[in-house]
Design a protein around this ligand. Structure first.
Ligand SMILES: [Zn+2]
Length: 189
C-alpha cells in the first residue's frame, strides 16, 4: 500500500502488535500487522513514525557512504591510534566521573562495533566502548562513558530513573546523544 507517497509492504501475521522496519538494503518500509488490524490503524501507525522512518533512511544512506569511502574503513593503524587515544584519557575520565556517578567499572574493553557506541553489564561491572570513539571529538567518548557508567546502577534501560541520573550528571546528555547518533559509523574492512 502507499501512505502519503510512501510505499509500504504489509505482511499479515498471527501476532499481537504491529511492527515496522526499514529494510537496510534499500530503505523500503515493511510492516508486520496482526491479521485483523484494519487499514486505518496501519496508516496511523506509519504516519506516527514518519520522522523515525526518515531518520533511519538518512542513517542507512550515511552507512552506505561510509562503506564506499575507504577513509572510513578500519585499518590496523587506525585501531592502534584509536586505542592509544582512549587508553590515554580513560583513567582520568573514570577518576573524574567515578565520584560524581558513584559507580566505577571493573573492566573497560574496547572493540570495533557497528551498531552501538558502548554497552554495559551491571552484574560484572564491565563496560565496552566502541573503538571509533578514539577517533572522534573527545566529548563523545566522555558522554558514552558517563552513559555506560550510569548503567552500572542497574537502572532499567533508559527509563525515568536512568534519565533522572543523566540529567544530574550531565545535563546536556540528550543533545550529545543526538549529535553522536548522527555521526557516520566506520565500516569493517
Ligand atoms: Zn544505554
Amino acid at each position: 500500500m502507499t501512505i502519503d507517497g510512501l510505499d509500504v509492504t504489509v505482511t499479515r501475521k498471527s501476532i499481537k502488535n504491529m511492527y515496522l522496519r526499514v529494510r537496510p538494503a534499500d530503505g523500503r518500509v515493511e510492516i508486520s500487522a496482526p491479521m485483523r488490524m484494519n487499514e486505518r490503524q496501519i496508516v496511523d501507525f506509519v504516519r506516527g513514525r514518519r520522522d523515525w522512518i526518515a531518520r533511519q533512511r538518512v542513517r542507512l544512506t550515511q552507512l552506505r557512504d561510509v562503506r564506499e569511502d575507504p577513509r572510513m574503513m578500519w585499518t590496523d593503524e587506525r585501531r592502534r591510534q584509536a586505542a592509544a587515544v582512549i587508553n590515554a584519557v580513560l583513567p582520568g575520565l573514570i577518576a573524574e566521573w567515578g565520584p560524581i556517578i558513584g559507580r566505577t567499572p571493573t573492566h573497560v574493553t574496547l572493540r570495533v562495533m557497528t551498531s552501538r557506541w558502548g554497552s554495559c553489564t551491571p552484574k560484572t561491572g564491565r563496560i565496552r566502548l566502541n573503538l571509533q570513539l578514539g577517533l572522534m571529538d573527545p566529548r563523545f567518548l566522555e558522554s558514552v562513558l558517563v552513559h555506560e557508567m550510569t548503567h552500572l546502577w542497574n537502572t532499567r534501560g533508559h527509563g525515568v530513573e536512568f534519565q533522572r541520573r543523566m540529567d544530574t550528571y550531565q545535563p546536556n546528555w540528550r543533545q550529545l546523544r543526538r549529535e553522536l547518533n548522527q555521526q557516520p559509523v566506520m565500516g569493517r574492512p
